[in-house]
Design a protein around this ligand. Structure first.
Ligand code: ATP
Ligand code: MG
Length: 424
């Protein structure tokens, strides 16, 4: 036998047993964003490598070590998108969607990062994201946070997530803070691990992100970002908190929350859960007022977020919120006797035409009555539609409910649709 070819590590098949949860999740997400008036945008999965280098930042985990970058046949450097924001801004600039107008957009699809695969962390994963453009005031920050909060409510997981919030201030304020932080860190360089030493020189804010407990202990005495914020950013942040308080969205301030991507300023936030172990962030976002211009557009304020769908599916599974997902089949045809295969096809097609919301599965592959009834059961059908030779002769079919113990009933063909409709 030939050796089996396997999927790439960290790139998962989503199997038929799992797709119902995904479909339910995706349809709820679509429903919620459309209830806020957001429009969908679809971007390609591959972009020029420079797009991500220029937006996410050269000295970030993503660009330094996680991107799938390869040379196209004509030598151009291309990259499988590691996230959606950069592509969305690129598309917005390219098609004139952003200049001097407001946009509320959403997207979903696969993203690619070469990370160490583990629970909640994969090399191909799926994000659902929202990006808004053209609005600088804190009301839109509040809106995207409210929208995300509604998603958790709709999914029934709002008790299991916490909103963490911080402000990074203006670029100028952040630059001043960086200086203060570097001064502090270099006085304590002996207590830094290699990673933090490197970050201190290349991207000092990321030291605040360090998972090393010694570094975290040291940071207790470090200068605080909140004390370096510019007055306008402080006012913006206060206004955001007021809005969230007014609509009852709870949050905690996390002064260490800086986010791994370079393009953020002012508001940053994460939704975090404890029910997934260390891969606890299910949604992350913030304001990125400089990015549109940085990618060649006119200065345009922007705020958005992206959530990791695998992590949310894991949560739904962990919390057993996935078991009300419906089966694939409502009605299964059972064919007994001469000519019923052809007649069965016609009846099944008629049902699909007249009752398009129902899932009508037609038995294929022959076999006796018992075998076919077993199939109906296996597919979780609610009704077996028994099409027999003698019934056909009388222009009737038999409806048998598979759950409960109602007696089966034989109905005239011209009443079939009305009778079936009553069951669903
Ligand atoms: P982390 O700190 O977990 O690596 P991140 O800051 O790199 O996350 P973002 O770039 O902000 O993540 O992406 C937004 C969301 O996408 C994350 O909060 C997470 O839910 C999801 N996500 C990111 N990377 C992965 C991955 N490799 N596998 C699955 N989900 C992911
Ligand atoms: Mg990451």
């Amino acid at each position: 036998m030939e050796k089996k070819i396997q999927a790439i590590r960290g790139m998962n098949d989503i199997l038929p047993e799992q797709t119902p949860v995904w479909q339910k999740l995706e349809s709820l997400l679509r429903q919620v964003v459309s209830s806020y008036g957001y429009s969908e945008i679809r971007m390609p999965i591959v972009e020029n490598t420079n797009l991500f280098k220029r937006s996410i930042g050269e000295v970030t985990d993503i660009v330094e070590k996680e991107m799938y970058t390869f040379a196209d046949r004509n030598g151009d450097s291309l990259t499988l998108r590691p996230e959606g924001t950069a592509s969305c801004v690129r598309a917005g600039n390219e098609h004139g969607l952003l200049y001097n107008q407001e946009r509320r957009l959403w997207y979903t699809g696969p993203m690619f990062r070469h990370e160490r695969p583990q629970k909640g962390r994969y090399r191909q994963f799926h994000q659902f994201g929202v990006e808004t453009f053209g609005m600088a005031s804190a009301d839109i920050d509040a809106e995207v946070i409210l929208l995300s909060a509604r998603l958790w409510k709709t999914l029934g997981i709002e008790q299991h997530v916490e909103l963490q919030l911080n402000s990074l201030g203006s670029n100028a304020a952040r630059a001043l803070y960086k200086e203060a932080l570097v001064t502090f860190l270099s006085q304590h360089e002996d207590k830094l691990d290699e990673d933090s030493k490197r970050r201190m020189l290349t991207n000092p804010l990321r030291v605040l992100d360090s998972k090393n407990s010694d570094v975290q202990a040291l940071l207790v005495d470090a200068p605080k970002l909140s004390e370096h914020l510019d007055a306008e950013s402080v006012a913006h942040f206060e206004q955001l908190k007021k809005y969230l308080d007014a609509v009852g969205v709870k949050y905690v301030i996390n002064e260490r929350l800086v986010r791994g991507l370079d393009y953020y300023n002012r508001t940053v936030f994460e939704w975090v859960t404890t029910s997934l172990g260390s891969q606890g962030t299910i949604c992350a976002g913030g304001r990125y007022d400089g990015l549109v211009e940085q990618l060649g557009g006119k200065p345009t304020p922007a705020v958005g977020f992206a959530m990791g769908l695998e992590r949310i599916v894991l949560m739904l599974e962990t919390l057993a919120l996935n078991d009300d997902v419906k089966s694939d089949v409502d009605i299964y045809s059972v064919l007994v006797g001469e000519g019923t295969d052809t007649a069965g096809f016609k009846i099944a097609e008629l049902i699909r035409t007249e009752l398009p919301a129902l899932k009508m599965m037609h038995h294929c592959g022959g076999g006796n009555f018992k075998k076919q009834m077993k199939r109906a059961d296996k597919y979780g059908a609610r009704i077996a539609l028994i099409i027999g030779e003698s019934e056909l002769a009388e222009n009737t079919v038999t409806i048998k409910e598979l759950h409960g113990n109602a007696p089966q009933q034989t109905v005239a063909m011209d009443e079939l649709i009305t009778k079936l409709a009553r069951y669903f």
